[in-house]
Each structure stands twice: as structure tokens, then as C-alpha cells.
Design a binder for this molecule. Structure first.
Ligand SMILES: *Cc1c(COP(=O)(O)O)cnc(C)c1O
Length: 461
């Protein structure tokens, strides 16, 4: 498989795009074409690992043998995912299914990508006896997932930026109590978008990045996207006897990574009726879907902090399709957007692409209400992010299709909020029972690009 940037025509291979994350021209990597998956050839009882190998194979072919890929996938998903099942499903009603993607080591769906992404880096680093310094901006869950995956690596240091006071205590402690020396947790006095901007600027400084062997593991990394597409297929296969049935997926959305992975699955042949973009008050994508105007606003701090984002980085990949895969148009529109913070498309010209999406914004009050309702009706505890997904799905009210709601985090990660709403304590999982008594290690780094560069220069591998 070859790849290109959304803003350029040069070709790249899988290893190139795995390690550089962002293209030199500032664009995001996309595959040249969409390999098709023939669902008729897939057994319903296929294991998650075998399915993952199948789906990912065409994207790494020529570079990683099937055998090596299968080993990597098996290792990623066999031990780390507790609870017996990689994904658990909870039927709420006949046509409403919660897809629990939080059985991994850090209790959010981001483990799916990280537990495989980091071994993919190590696969190449081991071969070449090379080292790597990863940087990542986190609104809470990416960081803990990345840190958990990196702590076992001898070849990688990680610099993880989080916005001070804007992630839950559970999330912070998951990262700050890790003792391995290759982990650097950096607190930035700013928002998630500030953290993300610093990371992007450092990656864009090609000379600095190459000199310091830097790469990123944010959701802009293509490998994460394709790894996440797997669970859309898996969910579909496990629930469908008739493979022609179309289904809906409602996805709590921030950076547009998870739902874009659903779009990729759709492009590869998954029968999707609708991908529902669920947002919180940070509703840039919901406003875009309604108006065709993509315009940033100030970030609102909410009870679903992993979605407190006003620039959805992966959205450029969809815009690229909206702009008819024109790298020139994408580049010029994105550069204008970077200056004016606003971008407008002609919705009528993009009907084909956008018609698979719909969107719904859920406010904090609505989150509270739905968490209480679902608890009282089903005895089931939703996390605040998943609550936006369920609310969006119900708003869309489609009884003709099966509605899957992706549950992106275990509610325990947001116990402060959830316990307040429900009036009782959630059980802390046994492997996290001492989380609140362990020592924390956090590095304070100024909210500037140069400060992080200095910090990396001192602490890199
Ligand atoms: C990261 C995250 C999201 C948003 O996912 P994107 O891929 O950024 O759209 C939603 N919910 C939770 C719990 C998350 O950690």
C-alpha cells in the first residue's frame, strides 16, 4: 500500500507514515485506495486477532509479513485485555447495543490502538537497533493508553502533554504514578488544543524532529485509524446473520479519529447506514454538519473532558474527500483555516460524502439526565462520553436499523461525575485499588513550543 499526504502528491510507504505521523507539508497521510473486505468470506466466529490481521494486512503488505503481523496482533490483544473479552456488548433494547471498548489496561478505547501501535514501532526499532522519542498531547485517555504501552519498551521515550486541571484525577494518576524512567508526563497550563498545537508545531519542524528521532502517537497517526477500524467490522460480524443489513454507529467524538475509523470501515465495504457524530458543548463538528462552516470556538470545559476539543485534527482527512481528493485545494483551504479559524464548504457538492454522517450535540444537563435514566431503567452505568453517544443515537431515533453505541470509557475513569449523578460509589477495579495513594511524578513545562523542545532535548533517548 502506498500513502500520500492530504496536502501533497508524493508517495510514502507504511513505515514512513508510521514514524512521521504528520506529513512534511503539514497534511495528514491517507492511503492511495481503499482495499475492499469481502464480508462473505469471514466466519462469524473469527477471533478478534485474526480479524485484525485480515483488515490491517493490505495496509502493511510488502513490509510486514502476515506471520509477523499476526504475532504482533496476538500479543497486543491476548494478555492486556482483561475481563475475558476484548469487547463486551450490552443490549439495552432490541435495536440498541452498547459496544464496550474499555476492557483494555487503561479502561478506554484508546488501548486498542496503543497496544498495537507501540509494538509496531518496536518491530522496526528492534530490527534497525534504533531509538525513538514519542510526543503526544492528551485530553486524558490517549496519554494513559500510550504510557501503558510504552512502559514496556526499551527503545522508546515518551513525552506526554496534558492540560492542567482539565483531566480527571483518575486519568492523571493513571499517568503520573507510572514509575518507568522512559515516561515523561508534562503538565501544560492551557487547553488540550494548546497541547495539540505544540505537538503539531514540533512535528512540523522537520529538522528538529529528525534530529531528535521524534514521532507522534496522536490520533492523526494513520496506523491508529486502521487499527480502530477493526472493531467496527468485529461488532458488525458478531451481530449480523444477514450481512446485507445496514447498521448505525453512534460515536462520542473529539478529534474525529474514532468515527473516521468507522468511515474507513465503510469505505472498505462495511454496510453502514449512518455514522452519528456525538459531540458535547464543544460542537464544532455538529455546527459543521448543519451549516457547512467549520469554525473554531473557545473550548468549554465539560464533564466529558476527552471530547473538549475545538479542532478535530482528523477532520482534514474527510475534508480531503470533500475537496475531491485535491491536495492543492485541501492545502490552501487548511492554510486559510489555520489563519482565519474558519472554513466553508459547499454542502450540496458534498452530499455523497456527508450523507453517511449525521450529528448531535449533548449538553452536560442532558448527559446527567441520560446517565440517571439508564441507571434507573437498566441498572447500567454509562460514562459521560458514552452518554453523548447514546443520547445522539436516541435523537436520531432510527428503529429500522441496529444502533451500535460505542462506549469509549469505563465510567470509573470519570467516577467524580458519575458518582455525583447517581448518588452512590462505583466499585474501584482491584488493579486500581491503590491508585489514589501512590506518589505522582509530573513535569511542569511552559505553554510554549520552545519550552517543550528544550525539555525534549535534555531528556530524549
Ligand atoms: C478520545 C476519546 C473520545 C474521542 O475520540 P476521538 O477519536 O478523539 O474522536 C471519546 N471518548 C473518550 C472516553 C475518549 O477517550
Amino acid at each position: 500500500m502506498n500513502y500520500k499526504s492530504t496536502r501533497g502528491s508524493k508517495k510514502f510507504n507504511f513505515k514512513d507514515i508510521l514514524f512521521s505521523g504528520l506529513a512534511e507539508d503539514g497534511g495528514l497521510f491517507v492511503p492511495i485506495n481503499w482495499p475492499q473486505v469481502n464480508l462473505k468470506e469471514i466466519e462469524q466466529n473469527i477471533t478478534y486477532s485474526d480479524l485484525a490481521t485480515n483488515i490491517i494486512k493490505p495496509f502493511v503488505q510488502d513490509e510486514i509479513s502476515i506471520k509477523d503481523l499476526n504475532n504482533l496482533v496476538e500479543n497486543a490483544y491476548s494478555n492486556q485485555f482483561s475481563k475475558g473479552e476484548i469487547i463486551s456488548f450490552k443490549n439495552l433494547t432490541d435495536n440498541e447495543v452498547i459496544v464496550e471498548l474499555f476492557n483494555g489496561p487503561t479502561l478506554a478505547f484508546k488501548d486498542f490502538a496503543m497496544q498495537l501501535l507501540i509494538p509496531l514501532f518496536d518491530y522496526y526499532l528492534d530490527k534497525e537497533k534504533n531509538k525513538l522519542n514519542l510526543i503526544v498531547a492528551t485530553s486524558g485517555d490517549t496519554g494513559s493508553a500510550a504510557i501503558d504501552a510504552v512502559r514496556k519498551s526499551k527503545n522508546i521515550n515518551i513525552f506526554c502533554l496534558f492540560p492542567k486541571g482539565r483531566i480527571s484525577e483518575f486519568q492523571r494518576r493513571q499517568m503520573s504514578t507510572v514509575t518507568e524512567k522512559n515516561i515523561f508526563l508534562c503538565e501544560i497550563d492551557g487547553t488540550f488544543d494548546d497541547c495539540q498545537r505544540i505537538v503539531k508545531e514540533i512535528l512540523k519542524d522537520y529538522k528538529f524532529s529528525v534530529q531528535n528521532k521524534i514521532s507522534a502517537v496522536n490520533s492523526i497517526n494513520w496506523a491508529r485509524i486502521i487499527i480502530q477500524s477493526v472493531y467496527y467490522f468485529y461488532t458488525y460480524i458478531k451481530f449480523n446473520n444477514n450481512i446485507d443489513n445496514k447498521v448505525n454507529f453512534s460515536v462520542p467524538t473529539g478529534n474525529f479519529g474514532d468515527i473516521y475509523a468507522g468511515y474507513v470501515a465503510y469505505k472498505m465495504g462495511l454496510p453502514v447506514n449512518r455514522l452519528i457524530i456525538a459531540t458535547n458543548e464543544n460542537d464544532i463538528l455538529d455546527r459543521f454538519m448543519k451549516s457547512g462552516i467549520y469554525k473554531t470556538d473557545t473550548v468549554v470545559k465539560t464533564t466529558s473532558p476527552s471530547m473538549d476539543i475545538q479542532i478535530a485534527s482528523n477532520f482534514e482527512r474527510l475534508l480531503y474527500e470533500v475537496f475531491d481528493k485535491s491536495e492543492k485545494l485541501t492545502a490552501s483551504e487548511m492554510l486559510k483555516f489555520e489563519v482565519n479559524k474558519t472554513l466553508k464548504i459547499n454542502k450540496d457538492n458534498s452530499k455523497d460524502i456527508l450523507s453517511v454522517f449525521s450529528s448531535c450535540k449533548t449538553t452536560m444537563d442532558e448527559i446527567e439526565k441520560i446517565i440517571k435514566d439508564i441507571y434507573h431503567s437498566f441498572g447500567y452505568v454509562l460514562d459521560p462520553h458514552t452518554a453523548t453517544g447514546l443520547n445522539a443515537s436516541r435523537n436520531h431515533s432510527d428503529s429500522q436499523h441496529l444502533n451500535f453505541i460505542l462506549s469509549t470509557a469505563n465510567p470509573i475513569k470519570f467516577s467524580d461525575t458519575v458518582e455525583k449523578y447517581l448518588g452512590n460509589k462505583l466499585d474501584l477495579l482491584s488493579n486500581f485499588s491503590n491508585l489514589f495513594s501512590l506518589d505522582e511524578r509530573i513535569y511542569k513545562v511552559d505553554n510554549t513550543i520552545q519550552s517543550l523542545k528544550d525539555f525534549i532535548t535534555i531528556n530524549k533517548l
